[in-house]
Design a protein around this ligand. Structure first.
Ligand code: DGY
Length: 322
């Protein structure tokens, strides 16, 4: 008998077809966001589930789903998983590293440029018919080429951004991470480790690329924002909870920070009203990895993890090897 698998949200038809060849498949055709109770009901009798960051897998859900053996996340981030609870319950977790690194780094850079150079703000101005003439100071933004980029979190995506910054934009790159990179990697990224305080005080642009966990919750709050230059920009392509959104909006309003580019939000898809009210913020709906090719590669990898584990006992990218 084929193992039973649930796909919790909409996904590429070709990926569903592939899964259907191997599994007894139930797919969330309406693409509704199930409540935890509905998800637990849908998971009855299922050995595997294909998740996105929107589906929380925790101890309560696992206790209600005794047949579950693997949760395959279509994301590199896995803060929707309680990994300890999954390990304790003997449930494998997998994610989709590597396939999205360059695409996400590209987006981080796009958001940095759009934010520093005030691209969305100036487009709104133009579309509103407010452009009457060329002016010396019209939407004058912050310099990117040759400036100092601070990167908080220096995993694969952080390293991709560092290379773009150093090699393509002549930027001085500093980073802070719990552990320092080895010398060869630092040299390849042309990046120098500094303390978090020094990073915040000296960077012209701050890029957040660290994973979200209880330890990184509100890593950037009022105290950290107060250390930054008033001319600095902040870009978050990591996870919403890393920044205290209310404190960020207050800093932007007070001129303590020049601008922010945000792809992720606390409590998304809701966005803090004070951020929506700020003119100096570029806002995007969690799309850093969203190219057709990369999203397909992520979905294929999540599917291959289900196939590899449930049919052959060999997942490709396990997070908590059993
Ligand atoms: C990831 O892969 O973690 C992206 O944020 C998509 O959720």
């Amino acid at each position: 008998m084929k193992p039973a698998v649930l796909v919790g949200s909409a996904v590429f038809p070709e990926v569903l077809d592939k899964l259907a060849q191997h599994f007894e498949l139930t797919a969330n055709q309406e693409d509704v966001l199930w409540t935890p109770t509905e998800l637990a009901q849908q998971l009855q009798g299922k050995q595997g589930v294909f998740t996105t960051g929107s589906q929380r897998i925790d101890a309560a859900l696992l206790a209600a789903c005794p047949d579950l053996k693997i949760c395959a996340n279509m994301a590199v981030g896995y803060n929707n998983f309680d990994l300890d609870a999954m390990t304790a319950a003997g449930v494998l977790a997998t994610n989709t590293p590597d396939v999205l690194t360059e695409t996400t780094a590209d987006f981080g850079f796009a958001l940095l440029l759009a934010t520093a150079r005030r691209i969305t703000e100036s487009e709104h101005f133009l579309r509103a018919g407010l452009w009457s003439r060329w002016r010396y100071d019209l939407f004058a933004g912050a310099e990117v080429f040759g400036s100092t980029l601070g990167i908080l979190g220096m995993g694969r995506i952080g390293q991709g951004i560092a290379k773009r910054a150093a090699l393509g934009f002549g930027m001085k790159v500093i980073y802070h991470n719990r552990s320092r990179l080895d010398e060869a990697t630092e040299a390849a990224c042309q990046a120098r480790w500094v303390s978090k305080d020094e990073l915040l005080r000296t960077c012209d642009h701050l890029m957040l690329v660290l994973p979200y966990s209880a330890a990184s919750h509100h890593s950037i709050g009022a105290a950290e924002l107060a250390l930054m230059k008033p001319t600095a920009t902040l870009v978050n392509i990591a996870r919403g909870g890393i920044v205290d959104d209310a404190a960020l909006a207050a800093a932007l309003r007070a001129g303590q920070l020049a601008a922010a580019g945000l792809d992720v939000f606390e409590g998304e898809p809701a966005v803090h009203p004070d951020l929506l009210a700020c003119h100096n913020v570029v806002l995007t709906p969690h799309i850093a990895s969203a190219t057709q090719a990369t999203r397909l590669a992520m979905a294929q990898l999540a599917a291959d993890n289900l196939i590899g584990f449930l049919l052959h006992g060999k997942p490709l990218t396990p997070l908590n090897p059993q």
